[in-house]
Design a protein around this ligand. Structure first.
Ligand SMILES: Nc1ncnc2c1ncn2[C@@H]1O[C@H](COP(=O)(O)OP(=O)(O)OP(=O)(O)O)[C@@H](O)[C@H]1O
Length: 605
C-alpha cells in the first residue's frame, strides 16, 4: 500500500490534538487493560465447548484439557457442569470488561472533547476582528460543536479500537497458530486481503468525509444567517429565497451523506465476504484434517470459533476507516482556526490606572483588504474634548472609532492614547479605558442587570441600579414587574431600539471609562426616543473624552468640535460645534445645558 504525503498531512492534523489525551493517559491505559482482559475472556470462550465435544462426547483422554479432567474427575456430568459454569463466568467477565472498558474510554473521550472545545472556543473568540469579518457564524459554530466531537471519536477509537483491535487480531492469530500451526495458517491466510480492502476504503472515505464536513459547515452557516436575519425575511416575505438557498446546501449535504452511506454499506458485506473465504477454506481443509485424524473436532470448533471471533475486531478496525478520516477531516477544520495568528501579545509595561483621554491619530492609513478606507488621516483630541465625526456614508467614520477601540490595528501610522501606542496595549486594559456605544446594541440572554453589568462584572447591585437610573433605563424598567431583573431572551428581543440604546449607555456609564466612543447611537430612533437617548448620553459624556459619529444633527449638540470626513477618507474640514459656544467646551456638570439647546445645522462642504 502506497502512503501518500497527504495521508501524513491528515494524520498530522489529528496528531496535534494528542496533548489533550496526556492528562487522561492513565485512564486510557486502564481502558486498554480492560480491553485486553475482555480479549483474554473471549479467547477462553470456545474452550468449554471443546471440552464437552472432545472429552465428554468423544471420550478423549489426552488433549489440552487433560489437566482439568484430573482435577474434576472424569465423570461426564462433572465435566459438563464445569464447562457450563465456565462458559457462564467467561461470558459475564467478557461483558463486564466490555462495559467497564466502554465507560472508561468514552468518559475520557468526552473529557478530551470538552477540553478541545473549550480551548478552540477561547482561542477563536480572541482572534482579531479581521478574522471574524471573513467567517460565517454557522460555519464556526459547526466546527466547534460537530468537528470537535468527530475528533473525539477518532481519538477514542485510537485507544478503544485500534490498539485493542490490533491486539485481538494478533492474539487470535497467535493462539490459533499455537493450537495447531497448520490449521492456523489456513485460518489466517485471508487476513492480508481483509487489510488491503480496509486500506482502500480508508482512502475513499477520507475524500468523502472532507466533502461531507464542508457541505455540513455550509449548511450550518445558511441556517445561522437565516435565523440572524429572520426579521428581514419576515418583513420581505422572502422565505422562498431562503428555502431555495437551504435546499441547495441541503442537497449538497445529502449527496455527500449518501456517498458516505454507500461507502459504509458496501464496506461491511465486502469485508465479511473476504473473511468468509477464509472460513470456507478452514471448514473444508479443517474437516478434511478431522477425517484424516490430523486434529480433533473440538480443536476445529475452537479454531473456527476464533476465526469468526476475529471478524469482530476486524470489523471494529474497519470502522476506523470511517472514524479516522472523519476525525482527520474535522481536525483539519479545527486546526484551521488554531492556525490563525493570534493578536500579538502586548509588551509588559507599567500602565496608568486611568487615562486622561488624549487621543492622537497621526498619518493613519487603514485597509480592510479591499483598498484603503482611510488615507494619511490625522486627528488629535484633547482630554475632555467631544468630537463629532461627520461625513457621507462609507467615508470611514466608524472605522476611526474601531481603530481607537483597538478592534483593528492601523495599516500605517500611529494611534496613541495619552502617548501610549494602542496596538501595544493589553486588550483587557484598553477596554477598561475605552467604552463604546454602537448603533446596534447587542444584548445577551440574561437579565437587564446582567447586561448592564457586562461592562464591569464586579459592580454592586447599587452601582448597576445607579447606572440604570442615570441612563434612563429605570424609566421603562420601573413599569416591568421584575424591573432590572427582567430576563431577556436571545439577543435581547423584546426591547425597543431606544430602550436597547439606554441599556448600552448604562453599560458604558458603569464601565466609567475616560474615553467614550459613540457610533451613531441614535440612528433609527423617533424624536421622543432620540431625545431620551440624548439625555442619557449627556450624562455619559460628562467629563470624558468623546468621539461620536452621527448623521443626526441633534446629537452633535453634545460635541465641542465637528470634523467632516471627505469621501477619500483623508481630507477634512474642522469647525467648532454649533452647540459649543463658539468652540468653547460646555461647562462641566451641566449636561442639561447641552440637550436643552436647539440643534444647529451642521456645516457641510
Ligand atoms: N468589516 C469590514 N470589512 C470590510 N470592509 C469594511 C468593513 N467595515 C467597513 N468596511 C468598508 O469600509 C468603508 C468605511 O466604512 P465605515 O463603516 O467606517 O464608514 P462610515 O463613514 O462609518 O459609514 P456610515 O456613515 O454609513 O456608517 C466602507 O466602504 C465599508 O464598506
Amino acid at each position: 500500500m502506497r502512503i501518500r504525503r497527504r495521508d501524513f498531512g491528515l494524520l498530522r492534523h489529528l496528531w496535534r490534538f494528542r496533548s489533550y489525551g496526556r492528562p487522561h493517559l492513565g485512564t486510557l491505559l486502564l481502558g486498554v487493560g480492560l480491553r485486553i482482559a475482555e480479549l483474554i475472556a473471549d479467547l477462553a470462550a470456545p474452550w468449554p465447548l471443546a471440552l464437552v465435544i472432545d472429552d465428554v462426547l468423544r471420550g478423549r483422554t489426552g488433549g489440552p484439557l487433560a489437566g482439568l479432567a484430573a482435577v474434576v474427575g472424569k465423570s461426564p456430568i462433572a465435566m459438563m457442569t464445569v464447562a457450563a459454569v465456565a462458559l457462564l463466568l467467561i461470558t459475564f467477565a467478557s461483558g463486564a470488561f466490555d462495559y467497564l472498558g466502554d465507560r472508561v474510554m468514552n468518559g475520557a473521550g468526552e473529557r478530551i472533547t470538552a477540553a478541545i472545545r473549550s480551548d478552540v472556543f477561547a482561542y477563536m473568540q480572541r482572534l482579531p476582528m479581521s478574522y471574524h469579518d471573513r467567517q460565517a457564524v454557522g460555519e464556526l459554530t459547526s466546527r466547534i460543536s460537530i468537528d470537535t466531537s468527530r475528533i473525539e471519536d477518532a481519538l477514542v477509537d485510537l485507544f478503544s479500537t485500534l490498539l485493542p483491535g490490533l491486539l485481538a487480531v494478533a492474539g487470535y492469530a497467535t493462539v490459533i497458530l499455537w493450537v495447531d500451526w497448520r490449521l492456523g495458517l489456513i485460518a489466517i491466510a485471508g487476513a492480508p486481503l481483509v487489510f488491503a480492502t480496509a486500506a482502500r476504503y480508508t482512502r475513499l472515505t477520507r475524500q468523502s468525509q472532507r466533502r461531507r464536513r464542508a457541505a455540513e459547515g455550509h449548511l450550518a452557516s445558511q441556517v445561522a444567517e437565516s435565523l440572524q436575519g429572520i426579521r428581514t425575511i419576515h418583513v420581505f416575505g422572502r422565505h422562498d429565497l431562503h428555502d431555495a438557498r437551504f435546499a441547495s446546501s441541503n442537497d449538497a449535504t445529502l449527496a455527500a451523506g449518501l456517498q458516505a452511506v454507500e461507502l459504509r454499506a458496501r464496506f461491511t458485506p465486502l469485508l465479511e465476504a473476504v473473511a468468509a473465504v477464509g472460513t470456507a477454506a478452514l471448514l473444508w481443509m479443517g474437516g478434511f484434517g478431522v477425517l484424516h485424524h490430523w486434529w480433533t473436532i473440538g480443536l476445529l470448533v475452537v479454531v473456527t470459533s476464533y476465526l469468526s471471533n476475529m471478524v469482530k475486531p476486524m470489523r471494529s478496525l474497519s470502522r476506523l476507516s470511517i472514524t479516522f478520516p472523519q476525525g482527520a477531516a474535522s481536525a483539519e477544520r479545527v486546526a484551521a482556526i488554531l492556525d490563525q495568528p493570534a493578536a500579538p501579545a502586548a509588551p509588559d509595561r507599567p500602565l496608568p490606572h486611568r487615562l486622561t483621554g488624549r487621543i492622537e491619530l497621526c498619518g493613519i492609513t487603514f485597509d480592510y483588504g479591499r483598498g484603503p478606507v482611510l488615507r494619511h488621516f490625522d486627528l488629535t483630541v484633547d482630554a475632555g474634548d467631544r468630537v463629532a465625526l461627520l461625513g457621507p456614508n462609507g467615508t470611514g467614520k466608524s472605522t476611526v472609532l474601531s481603530l481607537i477601540a483597538g478592534l483593528y490595528p492601523p495599516t500605517r501610522g500611529h494611534l496613541r492614547l495619552d502617548g501610549l501606542p494602542v496596538t501595544e496595549l493589553p486588550a483587557s486594559w484598553l477596554h477598561s479605558q475605552v467604552a463604546m456605544v454602537l448603533q446596534d446594541t447587542f444584548l445577551f440572554s440574561g437579565t437587564l442587570a446582567d447586561n448592564i453589568r457586562y461592562a464591569r462584572p464586579d459592580a454592586t447591585p447599587l452601582e448597576v441600579s445607579r447606572a440604570a437610573q442615570a441612563a434612563l433605563v429605570t424609566e421603562f424598567t420601573d413599569r416591568l414587574p421584575d424591573g432590572l431583573a427582567t430576563r431577556l431572551t436571545d439577543r435581547g428581543t423584546g426591547l425597543s431600539g431606544g430602550q436597547r440604546q439606554r441599556v448600552a449607555i448604562a453599560r458604558a456609564l458603569l464601565a466609567d471609562a475616560p474615553v467614550v466612543l459613540l457610533d451613531e447611537p441614535t440612528t433609527g430612533l423617533d424624536t421622543d426616543a432620540e431625545e431620551l437617548v440624548i439625555r442619557a448620553l449627556g450624562r455619559l459624556v460628562e467629563g470624558r473624552t468623546v468621539i461620536m459619529t452621527t448623521h443626526q444633527p441633534a446629537l452633535t449638540r453634545l460635541a465641542t468640535r465637528t470634523i467632516h470626513l471627505a469621501a477619500d477618507g483623508a481630507e477634512r474640514h474642522e469647525r467648532p460645534s454649533p452647540g459649543s459656544h463658539n468652540g468653547q467646551r460646555p461647562r462641566r456638570g451641566d449636561p442639561a445645558a447641552l440637550w436643552s439647546r436647539r440643534a444647529g445645522s451642521v456645516p457641510r462642504r
